[in-house]
Ligand binder design. Structure first.
Ligand code: DG2
Length: 249
Protein backbone atom coordinates (compact mmCIF):
# COMPACT_ATOMS: atom_id res chain seq x y z
CA UNK A 1 0.00 0.00 0.00
CA UNK A 2 1.12 3.57 -0.71
CA UNK A 3 0.96 5.99 2.19
CA UNK A 4 2.10 9.01 0.22
CA UNK A 5 4.00 10.25 -2.79
CA UNK A 6 7.26 12.13 -2.87
CA UNK A 7 8.49 14.00 -5.94
CA UNK A 8 12.14 15.03 -6.09
CA UNK A 9 13.21 17.81 -8.43
CA UNK A 10 16.75 19.09 -8.91
CA UNK A 11 16.76 22.73 -10.00
CA UNK A 12 17.23 23.54 -13.69
CA UNK A 13 20.65 24.45 -15.08
CA UNK A 14 22.24 27.28 -13.07
CA UNK A 15 24.65 29.99 -14.27
CA UNK A 16 27.50 28.10 -12.63
CA UNK A 17 26.42 24.69 -13.94
CA UNK A 18 26.66 26.29 -17.41
CA UNK A 19 30.10 27.75 -16.61
CA UNK A 20 31.23 24.42 -15.10
CA UNK A 21 32.06 25.93 -11.69
CA UNK A 22 31.71 24.23 -8.29
CA UNK A 23 28.70 25.97 -6.73
CA UNK A 24 27.77 24.54 -3.33
CA UNK A 25 26.27 27.28 -1.14
CA UNK A 26 26.93 30.12 -3.60
CA UNK A 27 23.50 31.53 -4.48
CA UNK A 28 23.56 31.63 -8.28
CA UNK A 29 20.50 32.03 -10.51
CA UNK A 30 19.07 29.78 -13.24
CA UNK A 31 20.09 30.19 -16.88
CA UNK A 32 17.34 30.63 -19.48
CA UNK A 33 17.79 26.93 -20.27
CA UNK A 34 17.37 26.18 -16.55
CA UNK A 35 14.13 28.18 -16.44
CA UNK A 36 12.82 26.19 -19.39
CA UNK A 37 13.83 22.91 -17.72
CA UNK A 38 11.89 23.96 -14.61
CA UNK A 39 8.77 24.77 -16.67
CA UNK A 40 9.10 21.46 -18.52
CA UNK A 41 9.36 19.70 -15.14
CA UNK A 42 6.05 21.31 -14.15
CA UNK A 43 4.45 20.27 -17.44
CA UNK A 44 5.53 16.69 -16.76
CA UNK A 45 3.84 16.87 -13.36
CA UNK A 46 0.64 18.06 -15.01
CA UNK A 47 0.79 15.45 -17.81
CA UNK A 48 1.19 12.69 -15.20
CA UNK A 49 -1.53 14.19 -12.94
CA UNK A 50 1.10 14.26 -10.21
CA UNK A 51 -0.03 17.40 -8.44
CA UNK A 52 1.88 18.46 -5.32
CA UNK A 53 -0.04 19.57 -2.22
CA UNK A 54 3.00 21.06 -0.50
CA UNK A 55 6.54 22.01 -1.56
CA UNK A 56 9.78 22.00 0.42
CA UNK A 57 12.83 23.85 -0.95
CA UNK A 58 16.32 24.84 0.12
CA UNK A 59 17.01 28.52 0.83
CA UNK A 60 18.84 28.93 -2.47
CA UNK A 61 17.55 30.93 -5.43
CA UNK A 62 18.00 28.18 -8.03
CA UNK A 63 15.79 25.72 -6.10
CA UNK A 64 13.24 28.33 -5.01
CA UNK A 65 12.81 29.62 -8.58
CA UNK A 66 12.67 26.11 -10.03
CA UNK A 67 9.84 25.20 -7.64
CA UNK A 68 7.98 28.38 -8.52
CA UNK A 69 8.34 27.93 -12.30
CA UNK A 70 7.43 24.24 -12.17
CA UNK A 71 4.41 24.74 -9.92
CA UNK A 72 3.23 27.64 -12.04
CA UNK A 73 3.35 25.39 -15.13
CA UNK A 74 1.36 22.73 -13.26
CA UNK A 75 -1.21 25.27 -11.98
CA UNK A 76 -0.13 24.53 -8.40
CA UNK A 77 1.54 27.90 -7.71
CA UNK A 78 -0.78 28.33 -4.71
CA UNK A 79 0.29 25.37 -2.54
CA UNK A 80 1.96 25.71 0.86
CA UNK A 81 5.74 26.17 0.80
CA UNK A 82 8.44 25.50 3.39
CA UNK A 83 12.15 26.15 3.10
CA UNK A 84 15.18 24.97 5.03
CA UNK A 85 18.95 25.33 4.85
CA UNK A 86 18.98 21.58 5.54
CA UNK A 87 17.94 21.03 1.91
CA UNK A 88 20.77 23.24 0.61
CA UNK A 89 23.35 21.89 -1.78
CA UNK A 90 26.41 20.29 -0.22
CA UNK A 91 28.85 23.02 0.87
CA UNK A 92 31.73 22.61 -1.57
CA UNK A 93 34.34 24.21 0.71
CA UNK A 94 37.37 25.84 -0.91
CA UNK A 95 36.26 24.45 -4.31
CA UNK A 96 33.34 26.92 -4.46
CA UNK A 97 33.89 29.19 -7.47
CA UNK A 98 36.59 26.93 -8.98
CA UNK A 99 36.32 25.56 -12.50
CA UNK A 100 35.66 21.78 -12.59
CA UNK A 101 37.81 21.12 -15.67
CA UNK A 102 40.77 23.11 -14.30
CA UNK A 103 40.44 21.37 -10.92
CA UNK A 104 40.50 17.98 -12.65
CA UNK A 105 43.64 18.97 -14.60
CA UNK A 106 45.37 20.41 -11.54
CA UNK A 107 44.63 17.62 -9.02
CA UNK A 108 44.07 14.58 -11.25
CA UNK A 109 41.12 12.24 -11.74
CA UNK A 110 41.36 10.39 -8.43
CA UNK A 111 41.40 13.44 -6.13
CA UNK A 112 38.78 15.21 -8.29
CA UNK A 113 36.37 12.26 -8.02
CA UNK A 114 37.08 11.83 -4.29
CA UNK A 115 35.99 15.42 -3.75
CA UNK A 116 32.97 15.16 -6.04
CA UNK A 117 31.64 11.71 -5.25
CA UNK A 118 33.29 9.99 -2.27
CA UNK A 119 30.93 9.54 0.66
CA UNK A 120 33.24 10.82 3.40
CA UNK A 121 36.09 12.93 1.97
CA UNK A 122 35.21 16.65 2.18
CA UNK A 123 37.07 19.26 0.09
CA UNK A 124 39.37 21.62 2.05
CA UNK A 125 37.35 24.14 4.12
CA UNK A 126 36.65 27.60 2.73
CA UNK A 127 38.21 30.60 4.51
CA UNK A 128 35.73 32.97 6.19
CA UNK A 129 37.14 35.90 4.17
CA UNK A 130 36.91 34.04 0.84
CA UNK A 131 34.71 35.89 -1.64
CA UNK A 132 32.55 32.75 -1.92
CA UNK A 133 32.11 32.18 1.85
CA UNK A 134 28.55 32.39 3.27
CA UNK A 135 29.67 33.62 6.70
CA UNK A 136 27.66 36.80 7.41
CA UNK A 137 24.89 35.95 4.93
CA UNK A 138 21.67 37.16 6.67
CA UNK A 139 19.72 34.03 5.71
CA UNK A 140 21.92 32.03 8.09
CA UNK A 141 21.84 34.59 10.90
CA UNK A 142 19.75 32.31 13.15
CA UNK A 143 21.85 29.23 12.42
CA UNK A 144 24.02 28.36 15.47
CA UNK A 145 27.63 29.00 14.42
CA UNK A 146 28.67 25.39 15.11
CA UNK A 147 26.15 24.24 12.47
CA UNK A 148 27.46 26.62 9.77
CA UNK A 149 29.51 24.45 7.39
CA UNK A 150 32.85 25.51 5.86
CA UNK A 151 32.89 22.31 3.76
CA UNK A 152 30.85 19.12 3.60
CA UNK A 153 31.12 15.58 2.28
CA UNK A 154 27.96 13.67 1.33
CA UNK A 155 27.91 12.01 4.76
CA UNK A 156 27.69 15.44 6.38
CA UNK A 157 24.76 16.29 4.10
CA UNK A 158 22.91 13.08 5.05
CA UNK A 159 23.39 13.94 8.73
CA UNK A 160 22.12 17.52 8.49
CA UNK A 161 19.34 16.70 5.99
CA UNK A 162 17.74 13.80 7.89
CA UNK A 163 16.37 15.86 10.83
CA UNK A 164 14.41 17.93 8.31
CA UNK A 165 13.25 14.79 6.51
CA UNK A 166 11.90 13.22 9.70
CA UNK A 167 10.52 16.37 11.35
CA UNK A 168 9.07 18.26 8.39
CA UNK A 169 8.71 16.16 5.24
CA UNK A 170 7.67 12.79 6.70
CA UNK A 171 4.63 14.25 8.54
CA UNK A 172 3.38 15.65 5.20
CA UNK A 173 3.80 12.25 3.55
CA UNK A 174 2.08 10.40 6.39
CA UNK A 175 -0.80 12.88 6.09
CA UNK A 176 -1.30 11.52 2.56
CA UNK A 177 -0.02 14.61 0.77
CA UNK A 178 1.87 14.61 -2.51
CA UNK A 179 5.10 16.30 -1.50
CA UNK A 180 7.47 18.11 -3.89
CA UNK A 181 11.08 18.58 -2.75
CA UNK A 182 12.96 21.08 -4.93
CA UNK A 183 16.65 20.90 -4.10
CA UNK A 184 20.11 20.07 -5.48
CA UNK A 185 22.30 17.40 -7.04
CA UNK A 186 23.96 16.38 -3.80
CA UNK A 187 21.23 17.12 -1.25
CA UNK A 188 18.92 14.91 -3.36
CA UNK A 189 21.64 12.23 -3.64
CA UNK A 190 21.69 12.24 0.16
CA UNK A 191 17.92 11.75 0.32
CA UNK A 192 17.91 9.03 -2.36
CA UNK A 193 20.74 7.22 -0.54
CA UNK A 194 18.58 7.15 2.58
CA UNK A 195 15.34 6.11 0.81
CA UNK A 196 16.91 3.36 -1.33
CA UNK A 197 19.42 2.33 1.36
CA UNK A 198 22.30 2.66 -1.08
CA UNK A 199 25.74 1.72 0.27
CA UNK A 200 28.47 4.31 0.88
CA UNK A 201 30.37 2.88 -2.12
CA UNK A 202 27.48 2.56 -4.58
CA UNK A 203 26.22 6.12 -4.04
CA UNK A 204 29.32 7.42 -5.91
CA UNK A 205 27.76 6.22 -9.17
CA UNK A 206 24.41 7.95 -8.69
CA UNK A 207 23.84 11.27 -10.48
CA UNK A 208 20.68 13.37 -10.49
CA UNK A 209 19.75 15.26 -13.68
CA UNK A 210 18.40 18.83 -13.62
CA UNK A 211 14.70 19.57 -14.05
CA UNK A 212 13.24 16.05 -14.38
CA UNK A 213 10.79 15.02 -11.62
CA UNK A 214 11.63 11.74 -9.84
CA UNK A 215 8.60 10.04 -8.29
CA UNK A 216 8.70 7.83 -5.17
CA UNK A 217 5.60 6.10 -3.86
CA UNK A 218 6.28 5.18 -0.25
CA UNK A 219 4.82 2.44 1.93
CA UNK A 220 3.84 3.04 5.59
CA UNK A 221 7.45 2.31 6.66
CA UNK A 222 8.53 5.02 4.16
CA UNK A 223 10.19 2.42 1.94
CA UNK A 224 9.97 3.02 -1.83
CA UNK A 225 7.51 0.73 -3.65
CA UNK A 226 9.88 0.93 -6.63
CA UNK A 227 13.55 1.06 -5.71
CA UNK A 228 15.24 4.05 -7.36
CA UNK A 229 11.91 5.74 -7.97
CA UNK A 230 10.58 6.61 -11.43
CA UNK A 231 11.66 9.56 -13.55
CA UNK A 232 8.74 11.13 -15.39
CA UNK A 233 10.94 11.28 -18.53
CA UNK A 234 13.25 8.25 -18.15
CA UNK A 235 15.10 8.62 -21.47
CA UNK A 236 15.94 12.28 -20.87
CA UNK A 237 16.93 11.50 -17.26
CA UNK A 238 19.38 8.80 -18.35
CA UNK A 239 21.15 11.04 -20.86
CA UNK A 240 21.24 14.01 -18.47
CA UNK A 241 22.58 11.93 -15.55
CA UNK A 242 25.43 10.67 -17.77
CA UNK A 243 26.28 14.27 -18.64
CA UNK A 244 26.48 15.15 -14.92
CA UNK A 245 28.78 12.17 -14.31
CA UNK A 246 31.13 13.38 -17.05
CA UNK A 247 31.25 17.03 -15.95
CA UNK A 248 34.80 18.37 -15.96
CA UNK A 249 35.93 16.10 -18.78
C1 DG2 B 1 26.44 21.29 -8.13
C2 DG2 B 1 26.73 19.81 -8.08
O1 DG2 B 1 25.29 21.51 -7.37
O2 DG2 B 1 27.99 19.56 -8.57
O3 DG2 B 1 27.50 22.45 -6.32
O4 DG2 B 1 28.52 22.45 -8.26
O5 DG2 B 1 22.94 20.71 -7.95
O6 DG2 B 1 23.24 22.94 -6.95
O7 DG2 B 1 24.01 22.50 -9.30
P1 DG2 B 1 23.82 21.94 -7.91
C3 DG2 B 1 27.58 22.13 -7.52
P2 DG2 B 1 28.64 18.10 -8.64
O8 DG2 B 1 28.75 17.54 -7.26
O9 DG2 B 1 27.77 17.24 -9.56
O10 DG2 B 1 30.01 18.36 -9.26
Amino acid sequence: PTVGTLVLLRHGESDWNAKNLFTGWVDVDLTEKGENEARRGGELLREHSLLPDVVHTSVMRRAIRTAELALNAADRHWIAVRRSWRLNERHYGALQGKNKKQTLEEYGEEQFMLWRRSYDTPPPPIADDDEFSQVGDPRYALLPSELMPRTECLKDVVERMLPYWYDSIVPDILAGRTVLVAAHGNSLRALVKHLDQISDEAIAKLNIPTGIPLRYDLDPQLRPLTLGGTYLDPAAAKAAAAAVANQGR
